[in-house]
Design a protein around this ligand. Structure first.
Ligand SMILES: NC(=O)C1=CN([C@@H]2O[C@H](COP(=O)(O)OP(=O)(O)OC[C@H]3O[C@@H](n4cnc5c(N)ncnc54)[C@H](O)[C@@H]3O)[C@@H](O)[C@H]2O)C=CC1
Ligand SMILES: N[C@@H](CC=O)C(=O)O
Length: 348
């Protein structure tokens, strides 16, 4: 049985959910052929903690926000991210800090430090993938480690790896979908009569929203996801700023009610398409869909993405697009991909 030592960078909703899974169900990983042990945690709120023999997850999960790792063996009041990533005895760095849609930092640096120190890195953070994905993947390959990021699009629902592995040999010319759980949840709650702010507050409590929820409502979260899908699946080589973006911030309760009365549902749609001349068109915009449209029935934090292919036509995947546990599963699927790589290297 292989043991993977993890360093959790960011100890918010997603990484806490991962820690809870490891605490509560260690047998789940044994059945996959490996076990997981957390040897380091850093967070702006708690500081950092490094314990090579494994951190007692029950006790750190019981610590209220506002307390500090200072005073614990291997603890410090500061996050000390670079030192922890480079020097802790982790095999896999699990990056789940805030997404920056501007430059991807500090997550880009976290990923680089991990790769440079010979550690695999898995992340749910869209910033480094959308803004520096190609460069970081190349750096990982040069250093013989994996950089995996399935959770960057549609949380734990398989999208990136599924399309790359299972749609091989098909010509993929467009990807269209509902790619933000918060905005889809909010639109649904507005249909039920809630105001925008009240609906956003519910999405925050449920762990769907970004630290700054204007990213969800204003469309910049979907813009990052569209750029990731364009580059990963259509070889588009675009930047998020190339995605023409309008959010749902100007959709009012009246708009939602009027649409419903006319048999329509507002949805925030992200799309990338290869035009006949080979150019790439990428957009994020609210669209009032007729009830019969395949995406009109996608409700709550559920997302859906449709791949337009030459031999199969449209192939659509739907599932959770946000949520703490759902996104923690994406990290597990990434660690499974790391394990396949490690086992493949052992056999070779
Ligand atoms: N919650 C969700 O449904 C999903 C989240 N994501 C992404 O996963 C990441 C984590 O999400 P959540 O856990 O929900 O966010 P969160 O806001 O609950 O937690 C982020 C944690 O990172 C810590 N942090 C921020 N900057 C840091 C730094 N420089 N050093 C150390 N710690 C730092 C914060 O103190 C916070 O505890 C985000 O990038 C988010 O965009 C992706 C898919 C779904
Ligand atoms: N805030 C995002 C989380 C996942 O990326 C969303 O609501 O979809």
């Amino acid at each position: 049985m292989t043991t993977y030592n993890l360093a959790l960078i960011g100890f918010g909703g997603v990484n806490r959910a991962l820690a809870e899974l490891i605490r509560d169900e260690p047998g789940r990983f044994a059945s996959l052929g490996f076990e997981l042990r957390v040897v380091a945690i850093t967070d702006l709120a708690f500081g950092s903690l490094v314990q090579g023999d494994g951190i007692d997850l029950a006790s750190v999960l019981a610590m209220p926000r506002g307390s500090s790792f200072e005073g614990l063996p291997g603890g410090s009041p500061d996050p000390r991210n670079e030192d922890v990533i480079r020097n802790s005895p982790a095999d896999v760095v699990v990056e789940a800090t805030f997404t920056s849609p501007i430059d991807g930092e500090p997550a880009v640096s976290h990923v680089k430090w991990a790769i440079e120190s010979g550690k695999h890195v898995v992340t749910t953070n869209k910033g480094p993938v959308a803004l520096r994905g190609q460069e970081l993947s190349t750096l990982a390959a040069e250093n013989g480690v994996r950089f995996e990021y399935e959770g960057a699009v549609m949380s734990g629902t398989p999208v990136i790896r599924l399309a790359q592995k299972m749609l091989g040999g098909l010509e993929l010319n467009a990807v269209q979908g509902i790619l933000n759980g918060t905005s889809n949840y909010v639109l649904g709650r507005m249909e039920a009569g809630l105001g925008l702010d009240e609906a956003i507050s519910e999405a925050q409590d449920l762990g769907f929203a970004e630290a700054d929820p204007t990213a969800d409502i204003g469309g910049s979260d979907v813009r990052l996801k569209v750029a990731i899908l364009a580059n990963e699946l259509l070889d588009a080589n675009i930047r998020p700023s190339d995605v023409e973006t309008t959010g749902i911030q100007d959709i009012t309760s009246d708009d939602v009610a009027q649409a419903l009365a006319g048999g329509l549902r507002w949805k925030l749609i992200g799309e990338v398409r290869r035009e006949d001349d080979g150019s790439i068109a990428a957009t994020v915009q609210p669209v009032a869909l007729p009830a019969g449209h395949p995406l009109a029935g996608i409700s709550g934090a559920t997302n859906a993405v449709s791949f337009t292919t030459d031999l199969l036509g449209a192939v659509t995947v739907s599932g959770p697009g946000a949520g703490r546990v759902e996104t923690a599963y994406a990290l597990i699927s990434d660690i499974i991909a790391v394990d396949e790589f490690v086992q493949g290297a052992v056999r070779a």
